[in-house]
Design a binder for this molecule. Structure first.
Ligand code: LHQ
Length: 254
């Protein structure tokens, strides 16, 4: 894997770092290849938690526009089919809880990537920028699907059509992200989030994100999936041990 993408492991927590800080981690060809290679590793290793972040002051500035200098020669549809779609769908199919650590600006496809994560924690110095209309493109990275589900259709339309940057603080206040925290506290807050997830059952977390990411449109089908997960999880050692230790503690305290 190239240095433009780092994949580090600590037990069952993986951290994926976009590492072109001098270009605000914009997605050039090398970084894209590195991300797809990392995705292959993640599909094999299936961490319990995956943290995605950017090195330096940004999360990611989206597509590297330098790579688009001769724009008329490039098939942007292919760029979506070969990179952005496999990346976002690949992450959504992982059994891992995905946590975006957003130290600064997330723009274009970089914002789409951050907001595709299950939990987003941003520095209060960060902002989300959707410049698609201004550069003559449709918002991509499935943000036209993701954003309305986060903030509602009316707000998503205004954000994507007007293209005004959204500060992390505003993003947290409208439910676009989980938290905006002081820059100095970002790592501590992400670590607390990761610790909270790490202490739980991997199978339960995987089932929970599977249900949350793609709820069934039909209520009966949703309950059917829920019942299948619960039947399996109810037989797990983790659940049996948790119930036993709860009951033992209750007996001790009564
Ligand atoms: C960059 C970039 C960048 C290259 C900063 N590329 N170098 C598109 C096409 C194809 C298929 C599918 O998908 C897409 C989706 C997209 O992602 S479209 C959106 C593409 N991204 C943008 O339009 C954002 C462009 N960047 C900006 O507007 C600003 O850089 C932001 C607001 C992100 C940050 O502004 P500043 O904090 O003022 O930083 P800066 O502009 O000074 O940038 C620092 C360096 O990073 C600078 O390089 P230099 O060598 O001059 O120091 C920039 O050229 C470079 N950089 N974004 N996307």
């Amino acid at each position: 894997m190239s240095d433009t993408v780092l994949l580090q492991w600590q037990d069952d927590v993986a951290t994926l770092t976009l590492n072109r800080p001098e270009k605000l981690n914009a997605f050039n060809a090398e970084l894209k290849a590195g991300l797809l290679a990392a995705l292959g590793d993640l599909k094999r290793e299936r961490p319990k938690v995956l943290v995605i972040t950017g090195a330096g002051r940004a999360f990611a500035a989206g597509q590297d526009l330098e790579d688009r200098r001769n724009a008329s020669n490039v098939d942007l549809g292919a760029s979506i089919a070969e990179f952005y779609a496999p990346l976002v769908t690949g992450l959504a199919s992982l059994p891992s809880v995905t946590v975006a650590r957003v130290p600064g600006v997330a723009a274009g496809a970089g914002a789409s990537l951050a907001l595709s994560c299950d939990i987003v924690i941003a520095s209060d110095e960060a902002k989300f920028v959707f410049p698609f209309g201004k550069i003559g493109l449709v918002p991509d990275g499935a943000i036209t699907r993701t954003l309305p589900r986060l903030v509602g259709t009316a707000r998503a339309k205004a954000i994507l059509l007007l293209g005004a940057p959204v500060s992390a603080t505003e993003a947290a206040s409208v439910g676009m992200i989980w938290q905006a925290v002081p820059a100095a506290d970002l790592d501590e807050c992400v670590a607390a989030c990761v610790d909270g997830l790490s202490s739980q059952s991997a199978a339960a977390l995987a089932a929970t994100v599977e249900m949350l990411r793609e709820p069934s449109p039909d209520l009966a089908e949703h309950f059917h999936r829920e019942a299948r997960h619960q039947a399996r999880l109810g037989k797990s050692e983790y659940y049996q041990d948790s119930v036993t230790s709860f009951l033992n503690r209750t007996r001790h305290s009564s």
